[in-house]
Structures are given as structure tokens and as C-alpha cells.
Design a protein around this ligand. Structure first.
Ligand code: 6PG
Length: 479
């Protein structure tokens, strides 16, 4: 290292940290990296252009000395204890006024705790979800900052420079108080899980249900990406379906073990939706189906024992018509998944005092992130029209899109039942819609049952108050 002072520091030079730092260097910021692994420092240097101001070290002290004061440091390390360890490593070398940003997928209560702990030392800490993977970090991610607004404002020029742009607008904006940034990123990932599950069910219906060849499958997704369901996840699906395995020259996707991994953000979204009593069934189902996928050995056994072998290709189905129905069903379910996530954000904003503006959330999700999709512009507009919109299903435009497609999702689900193809996410999306638009649900009966066995009382439709009925006429008192 030399005596130069650097604008921005990055702790953790893995894929995300290194690429985001190089992105900053592309925008003429002088940047320094810290990693305990010297190989990562060497790699950072080898990737930087000679005219860029990039340096790296394994020493926290050297790193902190090299940064302009007040320091701006981002952590891009795996969530959990490693974040705390990285903070402890820096802390002796930090001063009041310095800013530390957690750019990882940290669990939001951890962020609230760290904000309080570092505030005692005068250090501004804020959580900022970053989405877009390796390429996004390098050429423009979507960034979801929350917490200390003054600290954010100081770093705004850096973030706006490196973020993805949609219609010239950067995909980053201050979202709200406390752990708002990590919370929004968590729900982003919950929606990501939901959409990925819907795409995998779509693929299964085409492949097992209709017997589409690998090439036909690939073409469907490629064509779809030029329609209203255009999105990053549909686009990469088309790319994935093209790729051949180097060893066998068959499609690589067919060689991949059908057990899905997960790092926790989808599960946290579901868990917190339950805590807030917000129904998010498509996100729940996506987590559940990843869990189900892990039971590979039992599934192999059950496939032998429980199948009635009626699953096969359907000769009497009009394939072209079905592909159109399926596209409509997918759009219906995807919109419903975004709706569930947005309701959760609205509820969390009230419960945790985040002060979120959902229009801003939709705006910064239009580019750079994994769930970017053409429909996010309609979602943004819905909240621009009505910032208090309780559910996207009630927006005229989005509600209209769903109404137009509800017959198709019902047909798709009927076929999946006949073909024994699990479409838990599609079913959950349709049930969410059907329940939300049910003026009367059968929960009157649940209330009656609760009152019957537990004297939990109920309310009536025809008069105010709380009621209890002795349903059997029996008396508990001994005669
Ligand atoms: C993103 C991704 C990113 C990460 C996921 C993967 O927005 O860039 O969401 O954060 O790839 O966390 O999560 P799972 O391992 O749980 O699928």
C-alpha cells in the first residue's frame, strides 16, 4: 500500500465484494479491499485496469489507515457470525463518524442489533441488500439501503454511480429506517424463491406433462421472454436450457441432481410473514418444495410404491394452445407472488416503523436484481397511484390482468392434477386469489368449533359484541 487515501473500502473480496469494488473503480473511485486470504488480494489486483486506483491488504489496521476519514467501509461477507467477526476485526481501527455498510443478506434483527452496538461507538452502521449476482455487482446491481439516512446521503454518489440504471434512473434509493434495507432484500429473495418455483413447475408441465423435447422447451422460454412475462429469471432459464454438458454433450440441466439448496432468506421471509400474520402462500410453497426436493432417496422409493403410472405425454392436448394458457397462468401466479411480497413489506413497514414507500421499492427492482421483470413498471405505477394500496390485486390494471388469465390458470392446474404433476406454487397462487376475492370464507365454522371446544367466543354478522354458546346444552357442574 502507498500513502494515498482511498474513497471506499470493501471487506470480503469474494465474488460479490471484488466485482462491486471493481465497478466502483470503473467509476473513478479510489478503492481499497481487505481480505484475510492473500490470494483474493492478488486476484483483485490482477482484475483491475492499470489506470484504476485499486489496492488490497490482509491487515485491518493498514486498510483503515488507507481510507479517507470519515471512513466508508462495506462488508460483503457471508451472513451470520462472520459479519460480527468482520466488525470486531475493524473496530479497534475505526473512529466516531465512520460508516460501515453491511451489503450481505443479513437477517434483519441482526442489523438492528449491530446498528445499536456500533452507535455506542459513534459508528454509523447500515444494512443494504444488494442483488444481481456476480454480473450485477460488476456492471450494475440493484441496491436496497436502509438505516442511517445521513450516512447514506454521504455515500449516495458512489451507490448511484455503480447501480443499474432503468430509463436513466439508478436502481438504488434510501428505503427506510433501521433494518429496512435488509428486510426489503429478504422479501426480494422470498419473491425470487416463489418465481423460481413457478418456473420450475412450468418446465415440469411442459416436459413431463406435454413431453416437450429439450429444444422445444428452450424455444418456449426464449419466445416467452419477448412477451409480457419478460424477466431476468425467464431469460436465464432459456439460456440454461441451451447449455450442453461438456462430458456427455447432452443438456447439462438434465444431469443436475434435483435437490435445491437454500441459504435461509426464503425461509426467513415465510417465517416473518407468519409472525406478521401476512399470507404469503406462494413463497411458503417455494420453501416447502425446496425442502421436499431434499428427500431424494425417499422420493425414489415412493415413486416405485405410489405411482399409478398414468403420467405420460398427452396426445389429445393442443400443445400450442396449452403453451399460451401456461404463459398466462405463469403471469397470473407471478403477479400474485409480487402482490404477497408487497403486502408483507407494507405490514413490516408499519410493525417495524420502516417508513417504506412501495413505489420506490418497485422502482429499484426494475433493473439489476434477480426479480427484475417487465411487470415491475406496472407494480410501480400501482403504488404511484395509491401509496396505501392494501393489495396489488385491487389495482385496476393488475386486477384486470389477473381476471383475464384466471380461466387459463384453472385449466393448467386441472391438467396438472390429471397428470400427477405437483404444482404447489401455481395452486397456492390461485387459492390466494380465490380466498382474497371471497366475500365469505368458511371461517365462521372454525369460530364455531373454537367456541364449541374451548369457549373461545365468536362475533356475529347481525349484531355487535362477543358471544359464547353452550353448543350441547350440557352443564359442566356436578349435579
Ligand atoms: C440476489 C440473490 C442472492 C443469492 C441468493 C441465493 O439477489 O442476488 O438473491 O442474494 O444468490 O441469496 O439464495 P439461496 O441460496 O437461498 O437460493
Amino acid at each position: 500500500m502507498n500513502d494515498k487515501l482511498y474513497d471506499f473500502g470493501m471487506v470480503g473480496l469474494g465474488v460479490m465484494g471484488r466485482n462491486l469494488l471493481l465497478n466502483m473503480a470503473d467509476h473513478n473511485f479510489a478503492v481499497a479491499g481487505l481480505d484475510l486470504d492473500p490470494a483474493k488480494i492478488a486476484f483483485l489486483h490482477s482484475e483491475a485496469e492499470p489506470n484504476q486506483q485499486v489496492t488490497g491488504t490482509t491487515s485491518a489496521e493498514e486498510f483503515c489507515k488507507a481510507l479517507q476519514k470519515p471512513r466508508a467501509i462495506m462488508l460483503l461477507v457471508p451472513a451470520g457470525k462472520i459479519v460480527d467477526a468482520a466488525i470486531q476485526n475493524l473496530l479497534p481501527h475505526l473512529e466516531a463518524g465512520d460508516i460501515v455498510i453491511d451489503g450481505g443478506n443479513s437477517y434483519f434483527p441482526d442489523t438492528d442489533r449491530r446498528v445499536a452496538e456500533l452507535a455506542m461507538k459513534g459508528v454509523h452502521f447500515f444494512g443494504m441488500g444488494i442483488s444481481g449476482g456476480e454480473k450485477g455487482a460488476r456492471y450494475g446491481p440493484s441496491m436496497m439501503p436502509g438505516g442511517d439516512r445521513t450516512a447514506y446521503e454521504r455515500l449516495r454518489p458512489v451507490f448511484e454511480a455503480v447501480a443499474a440504471k432503468v430509463n436513466g434512473e439508478p436502481c438504488v434509493t434510501y428505503l427506510g429506517n433501521g433494518s429496512a434495507g435488509n428486510y426489503v432484500k429478504m422479501v426480494h429473495n422470498g419473491i425470487e424463491y416463489g418465481i423460481m418455483q413457478l418456473i420450475s413447475e412450468t418446465y415440469d408441465l411442459l416436459k413431463r406433462g406435454l413431453g416437450f423435447s429439450d429444444d422445444e422447451l428452450q424455444q418456449v422460454f426464449e419466445k416467452w421472454n419477448a412477451t409480457e412475462i419478460q424477466s431476468y429469471l425467464i431469460e436465464i432459464t432459456a439460456e440454461i436450457l441451451k447449455k450442453n454438458d461438456e462430458n456427455t454433450n447432452e443438456k447439462l440441466v438434465n444431469k443436475i441432481l434435483d435437490k435445491a439448496g437454500q441459504k435461509g432468506t426464503g425461509k426467513w421471509t415465510s417465517q416473518n410473514a407468519m409472525d406478521l400474520h401476512v399470507p404469503a402462500p406462494t413463497i411458503d410453497m417455494a420453501v416447502i418444495m425446496r425442502d421436499m426436493s431434499a428427500y431424494k432417496e425417499e422420493r425414489v422409493q415412493a415413486a416405485k410404491q405410489l405411482n399409478n403410472s398414468s403420467v405420460g405425454t398427452a396426445d389429445n392436448i393442443n400443445k400450442k394452445a396449452f403453451v399460451d394458457q401456461l404463459r398466462n397462468a405463469f403471469y397470473f401466479a407471478a403477479l400474485t407472488t409480487y402482490a404477497q411480497g408487497m403486502v408483507q413489506l407494507q405490514a413490516a413497514s408499519k410493525a417495524y416503523n420502516y417508513g417504506l414507500t412501495l413505489q420506490d421499492v418497485a422502482k429499484i427492482w426494475r433493473g439489476g436484481c434477480i426479480i427484475r421483470a417487465a411487470c415491475l413498471e406496472d407494480i410501480r405505477k400501482a403504488f404511484e397511484k395509491n401509496s396505501e394500496l392494501p393489495n396489488l390485486l385491487l389495482d385496476d390494471k393488475i386486477g384486470g390482468e389477473l381476471m383475464q388469465r384466471q380461466t387459463d390458470i384453472r385449466s393448467v392446474i386441472k391438467l396438472s392434477i390429471d397428470k400427477e404433476i405437483p404444482v404447489a406454487a401455481f395452486m397456492s397462487a390461485l387459492s390466494y386469489f380465490d380466498a382474497y376475492k371471497s366475500e365469505r370464507l368458511p371461517t365462521n365454522l372454525i369460530q364455531a368449533q373454537r367456541d364449541y371446544f374451548g369457549a373461545h367466543t365468536y362475533e356475529r354478522l347481525d349484531q355487535p359484541g362477543t358471544f359464547h354458546t353452550n353448543w350441547t346444552g350440557d352443564s359442566l357442574s356436578k349435579k
